[in-house]
Design a protein around this ligand. Structure first.
Ligand code: AGP
Length: 607
């Protein structure tokens, strides 16, 4: 959600900004803009739409500038128009501001500034910052920005460029992510490391309350009280190849196919080199005496947490509840010093999850982050962290991070059971042996792709699709439905199959495809009975099953998508694969923007 980039060096700033904004497109946005200083003058170009529209507006004549800031905006205050696109400027067009987050007290600030004579030209909360900085600027831009953000309420990351100070970019952060970086002969800012891959050799994440100035020679950061901050620079280790499509049509397709590796890496890091035992860095600090667990998460991460409910209730005999993070604060969760809270988030920046973490900590829970990116806000505010090793995920629809979350959560549950019991739980060896085979089984599961592609042609005109499952596959039904609606814009619902006759059965007719996840095991026969009920109402049944040759199933299903047989942690992961492929190919058949679906953002940093 909103992307920030900045460059100060010796090369063409505008080209760098455009290239970096393209790398941040995955975060989700609806307008883009840049501001640079050319021959002592601040030049600003903004466009509603995509970065390519901004590129077209810039034309073929390069701007002679070596310093600039750029932004992709996801509209919160004001429609996605040229006028509301960032950067925003002060009355004289000398100071440009880009901003990620929300200035909650923008209305009183705007009134006060307007009374003082400032003239506004957008509906955004951001523009107040430009005018506020203008009103406080007495020649010391850094100090003016510090005083301005001190008056602002809410969560934000800000970058400021002034034509009176062409040798620096000023930055400030509270809540929303911001990194500064150094490379050969240049310094950078960004809201996310991928924008700087191949350019910055080291980066530093700003902590909340920090602000600073970025010059051609490096950066200087300060705490809110003005004290210089040393901080810890991180070497940039991600490979720029990770943010290229590598021959696939979309990032989502590439990321679906990366799952043998992303799940494999996530497992490998948490098991001993022999594969015979568990080894989870970070788990040793979790107190062993917790008597109940809350998982807090949003969207797809919430579905992974719901899978963990089932896996943990098996592995650890303690009550475990997955709660949608934005709801967590609106109830009165039972939190004591013996509560373990696990915050699940691929980005580590989701504001709802972060707020749930803060609440849990303030009430004395032990909070563990399960995140895909190190140094994220959720990790920093938790007591400890466990990582998924999915690599950077560009497609807005989460795929490889979801399956990596299930793997990591499953292993975390087993490791905690081992720590509490003092010895490996019975069956740990078998479970780990099965997990060692999982990457190969994912490769096998992906072989269904051509069949899914053909099926997608049949489903592309559906207006409603139901996903039904029982037990640990119920959250996979939820995830299958979410994936389909996110990228194909077809309405879809996931339900526990046992609930069908309590309501959703009313939806079933010959135009309603019903995806039924039928895994061998205790719920299998009941699922087949549900299939009979759907068929009796002329529903179109797609069975996703690890018993694809069972004559009873074949008789009832209009289509069967096979899944390799498995148990435990592997089962929900393998059943996810055909559903991801289905969502992908239905979206492709409908011609939607698969990697950047409408209205969605990859990282949701507003409540
Ligand atoms: C997944 O496809 C979605 N884009 C979305 O539901 C996402 O999972 C959710 O916003 C949580 O994000 P996080 O994992 O970064 O916290």
């Amino acid at each position: 959600m909103c992307g920030i980039v900045g460059y100060i060096g010796k090369e063409d700033a505008a080209s760098f900004l455009l290239q970096s904004l393209k790398r941040l497109e995955y975060r989700g946005y609806d307008s883009a803009g840049i501001a640079v200083i050319e021959r002592g003058r601040l030049v600003r170009v903004r466009r509603a739409g995509k970065v390519r529209d901004l590129e077209a507006a810039l034309g073929d004549t390069p701007l002679a500038a070596t310093v600039g800031i750029g932004h992709t905006r996801w509209a919160t205050h004001g429609a996605p128009t040229d006028e509301n696109a960032h950067p925003h400027v002060d009355c004289n067009g000398r100071i440009a501001v880009i901003h990620n987050g929300i200035i909650e007290n923008h209305a009183p600030l705007r009134r006060k500034l307007a009374d003082e004579g400032h003239v506004f030209s957008s509906d955004t909360d951001t523009e107040v910052l430009a005018h506020l900085i203008e009103s406080l600027d007495d020649g010391n831009l850094l100090e003016a920005v510090r005083r301005a953000v001190a008056q602002a309420e809410g969560a934000f990351a800000v970058a400021v460029l002034s034509q009176d100070h062409p040798d620096r970019i000023i930055v400030a952060k509270r809540g929303s992510p911001l990194v500064v970086g150094r490379g050969d002969d240049a310094s950078f800012i960004s809201s996310d490391v991928p924008a700087l891959l191949g350019r910055a050799s080291e980066v530093q994440f700003l902590a909340d309350g920090e602000f600073g100035e970025v010059t051609r020679d490096g950066y200087h950061l300060f705490a809110l009280d003005g004290r210089p901050v040393q901080g810890t620079p991180h070497r940039v280790s991600m490979d720029p190849v990770a943010i290229q499509k590598g021959g696939y049509k979309h990032f989502m397709q590439k990321e679906i196919h990366e799952q043998p590796r992303s799940v494999g890496e996530t497992i490998r890091e948490k098991t001993e080199p022999t594969g015979a035992g568990l080894s989870l860095p970070g788990v040793e600090r979790v107190p062993t005496d917790f008597d109940h667990v809350y998982f807090v998460a949003c969207g797809t991460a919430y579905h992974a947490a719901k899978v963990a409910e089932y896996l943990w209730e098996d592995a650890l005999p303690v009550p475990a509840h997955a709660v949608i993070a934005s709801e967590f604060r609106l109830r009165n969760p039972h939190i004591t010093p013996r509560t373990l809270v696990v915050a699940v988030s691929q980005s580590g920046e989701t504001i709802d999850t972060l707020m749930a973490v803060r609440l849990a900590r303030s009430r004395g829970a032990h909070v563990l982050a399960l995140v895909n990116s190190e140094q994220s806000a959720i990790e920093r505010e938790s007591h400890g962290a466990v990582y998924t090793r999915a690599g950077v995920e560009i497609g807005v629809a989460a795929t490889k991070t979801f399956t990596a979350q299930i793997a990591a959560l499953g292993l975390l549950g087993m490791a905690l059971a081992e720590r509490r019991g003092g010895i490996p739980a019975p069956g740990t060896g078998d479970a780990l042996r099965e997990l060692a085979l999982l990457p190969g089984r994912i490769v096998e599961a992906l072989r269904v792709e051509e069949r899914v592609k053909t099926l997608a042609e049949k489903l592309r005109r559906a207006s409603d699709v139901l996903f039904l499952a029982r037990g640990v596959l119920y959250p996979i039904a939820l995830e299958g439905a979410l994936k389909l609606k996110e990228i194909s814009y077809i309405h879809a619902e996931g339900y526990p199959a046992g609930e069908m006759k309590h309501g959703p059965i009313a939806l079933i007719d010959e135009d309603t495809p019903v995806l039924m996840l039928a895994a061998r095991g205790p719920a299998y026969d009941k699922l087949l009975s549900n299939m009979e009920e759907v068929k009796a109402r002329k529903g179109f049944v797609v069975a996703v099953s690890d018993a694809p040759d069972d004559p009873n199933l074949v008789r009832l299903a209009d289509e069967v998508l096979p899944v390799p047989a498995s148990t435990g942690i592997a089962l929900p992961i393998l059943f996810t694969i055909p559903l991801q492929l289905l969502a992908y190919y239905v979206a492709v058949a409908r011609g939607t923007d698969v990697d950047q679906p409408r209205n969605l953002a990859k990282t949701v940093t507003v409540e």
